[in-house]
Design a protein around this ligand. Structure first.
Ligand code: ZN
Length: 309
């Protein structure tokens, strides 16, 4: 069993409009945009990052907005819900706030002793806010500090029963322990993790998901540094997983592999972080390009939809 993984690092999803996506995360949910860059593998598309003040690992929701992309179809083999943590007693505030912003799909429930408020993102993205103890300091520009989002609570993988078994084994290998089960949901947690240390597996008999706007593209797990990442990579390769080489994403180093259920997992380093190329006070304001795409700047600034804050 691996000991290097701290919990979630970031979650990356697909969107259909950069402006709508930016407004939803910075205004409606009150996160900070911590980076405005492009998809390093397809630089004519933005890569937008939202999180806490510094974009700490375990708080960062990221998007590839493809203009006018068709919506995805929910199903198995994907992360169906990304959950953020909020302080105990915060959900009535959020229910009012999200209602005022005309957010769809507001549904209160309880799971494993925690109150949840489910809601949909602009492209039908599955989200929830979960009331829990969480000492992380929030970014509190739009939302009062006592109720603001602290970071990720968990990601919920929707899997067929067979894939659920195999994915549970993978999570245990990665350092997660089964904590509890309720109905068709099994909860896994990394003890001593980074506060974003929960993964839920929801077993459903359904058709496979089709990826599109509103779908999660991949979830990334945090390791401290490149040495820890190499240890994880070696262990996954030895277990038979097809793992990519280490890729430099400027703000972290990344490796990717697919779970038995088809969900794309990444393992990302906490180093060097989002302040490596801009001042913390102005994080996320300017369009930052990786060195290999800097020569495209004029073209990309023409091509990319402007985002007004
Ligand atoms: Zn990623």
């Amino acid at each position: 069993m691996l000991k290097q993984i701290n919990g979630l690092h970031h979650v990356t999803s697909l969107a259909s409009s950069a402006q709508e996506n930016n407004s939803f995360f910075t205004k409606t949910l009150g996160l900070r945009r911590v980076k405005k860059t492009v998809n390093f593998d397809a630089p004519d598309v933005y890569h937008l990052y939202y999180g806490d003040a510094a974009g700490a690992p375990g708080t960062v929701m990221t998007y590839f907005p493809f203009p006018h992309a068709a919506r995805g179809r929910a199903g198995t083999g994907e992360v169906g819900t990304t959950a953020f943590s909020v302080p105990r007693g915060a959900l009535p505030y959020w229910q009012d706030r999200l209602d005022t912003f005309n957010v769809a799909g507001l549904t209160r429930s309880e799971r494993l002793g925690e109150a949840r408020l489910a809601f949909k993102g602009p492209d039908g993205d599955g989200f929830a806010l979960v009331e829990t103890e969480d000492s992380r300091p929030p970014w509190a520009a739009e939302v009062p500090e006592d109720v603001a989002i602290r970071g990720f609570h968990s990601a919920d993988m929707r899997l067929s029963p067979r894939d659920a078994q195999a994915s549970a084994e993978l999570l245990r290998f990665m350092g997660y322990s089964r904590e509890d089960t309720t109905d068709n949901v099994t909860r896994f947690r990394i003890e001593g993790g980074n506060d974003a240390q929960v993964i839920d597996i929801t077993e459903v008999d359904a058709a496979p998901a089709a990826q599109g706007a509103g779908s999660v593209h991949h979830i990334a797990f945090s390791v401290d540094d490149r040495a820890a990442q190499q240890e994880v990579r070696r262990a996954l390769l030895d277990t038979g997983y097809h793992v990519t080489p280490v890729i430099d994403r400027d703000y972290f180093w990344a490796i990717y592999f697919r779970t038995p259920g088809g969900v794309l997992f990444e393992v990302a380093t906490n180093e060097p972080g989002f302040d490596r190329d801009e001042d913390l006070a102005h994080l996320g304001e300017a369009l930052k390009l990786p060195r290999q795409h800097e020569h495209l700047r004029d073209k990309l600034e023409q091509l990319l939809e402007p985002i007004t804050d």
